[in-house]
Design a protein around this ligand. Sequence first.
Ligand code: NTF
Ligand code: PLP
Length: 827
Amino acid sequence: MDIKRNQPDLQARKEQIISEVIGKLRRHFGRTLEEATPSQLYKAVAMTVRDAIMEKWTATRKARVQQQKKRLYYLSVEFLIGRSLVNNIINLCQDEAYRQALEELGVDLAEIEQSEPEPSLGNGGLGRLAACFMDSLATLGLPAMGCGIRYEYGLFRQKIVDGSQVEMPDNWLDDGNVWEVPNLDDQMEVHFGGQIEEDWSSGQLHIRHTGYHTVIAVPYDIPISGYDSDVALSLRLWSARAPQQLDMSLFSRGEYARAAEEAELAQTISKVLYPEDNHQEGKMLRLQQHYFFTSATIQYIVKDFKKRYPHMPLTRLHEKVAIHINDTHPALAIPELMRILLDQEGLSWEDAWQVTRNCFAYTNHTVMSEALERWPLQMFRELLPRIHMITNAINEQYCHDLWEIYPNDFGKISYMSIIAYDQVRMANLALAMSHKVNGVSQLHADILRKDLFADWARTEPDKIIGITNGVTIRRWCVKANPGLTDLITEAIGPDWIKDADQLQKLIPFAADAAFCERFRRVKAENKARLSNYIASKMDIKVDPGSLFDCQAKRLHEYKRQLLNALHILYLYRRLKEDPAANIEKRTFFFAAKASPGYYRAKEIIRLIHAVKVLVESDPVVREKLQVVFLPNYCVSLAEVLIPAAELSEQISTAGKEASGTSNMKFMLNGALTIGTLDGANVEMAQLMGGENIFIFGRKAQEVENMLRNKLYHAGELYETNRALKNVLDMLVDGSLPADHPRQFSDLYQSLLFGDGGNIADPYLVLDDFAPYAEAQEEVQRVYRDTQEWTRRAVLNTAHAGFFSSDRTIQEYNERIWHLEPIQMERE
Ligand code: NTF
Ligand code: PLP
């Protein structure tokens, strides 16, 4: 990459890097440059980058403390940060110095980057969003800390064996982590179980908690450098360990096994990330994880406040602290803050309530009911007895307040209450106790206000707002797509990297033939890069001249990978019937992990595999169509895939995808979108004008109406649409290669007849099939006109600035957090 910046010290920095890398190799590994392995080289280079960030880290902390600014704590069970090395070099604006230094050392940065284990500490959109937010917060210089869990095992690694998903453990920490720094001074004790006694003997209430288990929370801090900024923030990930590695009293009593068991039990808390996406698993260990990291975080927040502001009462905590919960997983932070204020700091109930509500804000990320967290009351009470008492008291007060507003409306109050039917409803807790709640796109916020959270919107009209998601330009363009970055920078200068609205300056270039030619060349290079990657990793040859069509996201019925697969079968049939059919050469890329326990999602992976084998087996069809399933979708793979995409599939059932973020990444990288009016696709269409995006299918309102009023009958479409019937029949008539003849009958049944009391085809795959096929026809038509396609692709990039996470964070800040940037003295 060649971003022209004023770097008078380039030569000096280059020399310094060279000597530092050699020094690190010698001191840490006892190796010379020639002897070092790629992994040692990676670590040595990473350590030099870390040193540079450390200086900013220290300076940032100093400035923040001095300036006494309000600080945000962003709590999330997932931070899907991806690899750090190259991103950090870019954010330090030292890419040129490193390029030259490593060239001189004969080291290939792209190669040693492969030695960096990817921290897959998230499932998908929600976790990746948190990572983009950290990058933007640091770039904007806002005082913030990310707080989460240091899982020993991240999201499973996916292998495809004979067409089926196989899960492998992701032991990403095995070889150490260069980027983290344990901070033993801030260790916290977290207590589980036991009994609560109320002691009034002194005339005042004292809460005594006895018989609990202690787990120690050890924070590991990862520095997050802003782009072209002197600010570096912390991402604090908590790791669990037993109070002593072995309980020596048990040990000396001869209870060796129990002593080891207790230690083991504590450590399991931060052992694995739960692999469910848009689905809640009501497991005790998961509740333990949530309390573990929220308790440690809240304890730290209060401790830090008291240290920084010794003369300020805790009733003013919200003046210096904002706490944001990323979905409800960290919602236990709410009663935990109440607990500390009440039991340890002696605040009155009213004061604690006020402060807590003023500190907290909550983002909802889904309307799927199976993802809304609810905990069995008994489990909650046994594991967290004091938190249970406080949650109960919050519920009582909340219901009491509601009664004043809605006297005698038992139905409404029961619906809005936090504890009901032996369950604790975390969304209701977060809604009651946050001063702001936001959806992640405008459509999603509308659905929250009008439907899912309508009662709360009526009660507090200004509380629920929409803040559309965004993605960081640094990782998703500068790092992932250096070719495009250079081209844009040459056309409009480098400021767009920090001020993405400037991408609009590209609009006139959509009519500039020479620019479009170069834009096309960049895309061709990225397609070639992906093709080489696939050839080397999977030994599969793809044609870089074909249309690259990508659907990359978690596998979920609502995301409708099935619709895409059925459409490929439709094209297959057309080519079988007429080998000369006018069908553009296309490679269909799928990348998707399914939750290990999600049977139907795994069946869809098998189906995609079967479609791939079928297409390959036919000499006529394979000249036109190819299906590639890329295993183990993760951030690093996304970085290679997205820049190469020409068509982005965003085809969820309208009303179900809260926002989507991959849609924005594809758009930024110059892919055209085929999509429904769902999530942020709606805003993409509005920004660019409908002609630059292929929109099809039912709208959210229609879907809602059809489902609510039982107006949808999938079976009728089967009877009336011949092409659709033929395709569906292929699932059960033996056309598809399968282990056994009934392999895909579950999918067939679910689409046509429903199962377990569910209606047939609840995600309207069949209903949207014909409009989808039509939109795909239009895609082909435009693709054949290379110039027109490129024009539209350029316009996609030019309008993507709105979807920068810098804009998203600015909006959160103006509407929720009200933070001021840290002032750094520039040397
Ligand atoms: C996801 N939600 C949504 O399904 C996506 O549409 C959205 O883009 C991302 O959040 C980020 O906002 C979840 O992952 C969860 F957990 F809420 F289900
Ligand atoms: N998983 C990974 C690895 C990603 O990089 C992203 C976003 O780019 C997602 C999941 C979310 O994808 P989507 O918004 O399509 O659900």
